[in-house]
Design a protein around this ligand. Structure first.
Ligand code: CU
Length: 321
């Protein structure tokens, strides 16, 4: 199994893995060859055959102690060097907040990436989408908002637990892999590597590594979208956050379809008739459990959307007649 490498750690982790594989294969072949040879060479030849009484051999025992010790200490040394690099973050490094939630990932970027320097709030990219600048080291500050998750990007060769009541971190330098260099950018999978409930296997995201100019353009786009309320922005949020559970063609998935949802007046699970208006949609997004749509289960996780994103979502729902 072969995975492309897209961080400064990939070559070292691959080398370590290859050494371990080589050592394992060599040892396996050697011990089994010796085993087969001994079985034949020292087989019982007659009923009178007696086992000779060799108690031990000092030089053999010393050899099979010293050689493995050297091999294991070499592996330990490579591992230690790598571990120290993975834990060391330079002062002033770009910090990105990572939040794991059943069953999605959210990413927040430092406010100093804004062009509007008067604003100090972090920038947020759409759920499950992470953007990084090629060659610029980052430190991920990781947290879970509900249960234990694990932030895992195989192409980076790193993994770190996301814990509910504690911040964890990891640091690396993203690098567009050789295979994707010709595209000018690289796209890689994000997984959750800690079983976290029903849709754990669908807790997937994508990292996009962009060259400097494209990264800056992306951050500017995020900054502008914050203050841009439009059905188009709502449609993008739908694609990244809601699509897995809500259709726009009338079909039932996990939740009710968004088609014709806006403005309808229908009973909810409690029997009360409720208009699907601004306040209802807002509450449904932030506290999905407060009112349950009739015939559905309380399966929607609260969505981390800003006020203007909720407004965009409302504008989008209005277009789905
Ligand atoms: Cu998870």
């Amino acid at each position: 199994m072969w995975i492309e490498g897209a961080s400064n750690f990939a070559p070292m982790v691959d080398l370590h893995m290859n050494i371990i594989n080589a050592v394992t294969i060599v040892c396996f072949v050697l011990t089994n060859a010796v085993l087969i040879y001994f079985v034949i060479r020292y087989r019982k030849r007659s009923d009178k055959d007696q086992t000779s009484s060799i108690a031990h051999s000092t030089w053999i025992e010393v050899t099979w102690t010293i050689i493995p010790t050297i091999v294991f200490f070499t592996l330990f040394a490579i591992g230690l060097v790598g571990f120290r690099q993975m834990r060391a973050a330079a002062a002033g490094i770009r910090e990105i907040n990572v939040y794991g939630t059943q069953w999605s990932w959210d990413f927040y970027y430092p406010a100093n990436l804004r062009t509007d320097k008067t604003k100090t709030s972090q920038l947020k990219s759409p759920t499950n989408e992470l953007y990084l600048e090629d060659g610029v080291p980052v430190k991920f500050i990781i947290k879970a908002t509900d249960v234990l998750h694990s932030f895992f990007v195989p192409a980076f060769r790193v993994k770190e637990d996301a814990v509910p009541n504690m911040y964890t971190y990891m640091t690396l330098t993203p690098q567009i892999s050789e295979e994707q260099k010709k595209n000018g950018f690289g796209v890689y999978d994000i997984f959750c590597a800690e079983y976290c409930g029903r849709d754990h296997s669908r807790m997937l995201g994508k990292v996009t590594i962009l060259p400097s100019a494209a990264f800056k353009a992306k951050m500017l786009e995020l900054e502008k979208e914050e203050s841009n309320v439009s059905p188009a922005v709502g449609a993008k949020i739908y694609e990244s956050n809601c699509k897995s559970c809500h259709s726009i063609d009338g079909s039932k998935i996990v939740g009710p379809s968004f088609k014709g949802l806006w403005g309808k007046n229908e009973a909810i699970e409690s029997g009360e008739s409720i208009a699907r208006d601004e306040n209802y949609v807002r509450e449904s997004i932030l506290q999905p459990g407060a009112k349950i749509a009739k015939g559905y289960q309380n399966l929607m996780p609260p969505q981390t959307l800003t006020d203007s994103q909720i407004s965009s979502m409302i504008e989008y729902l209005k277009t789905l007649k």
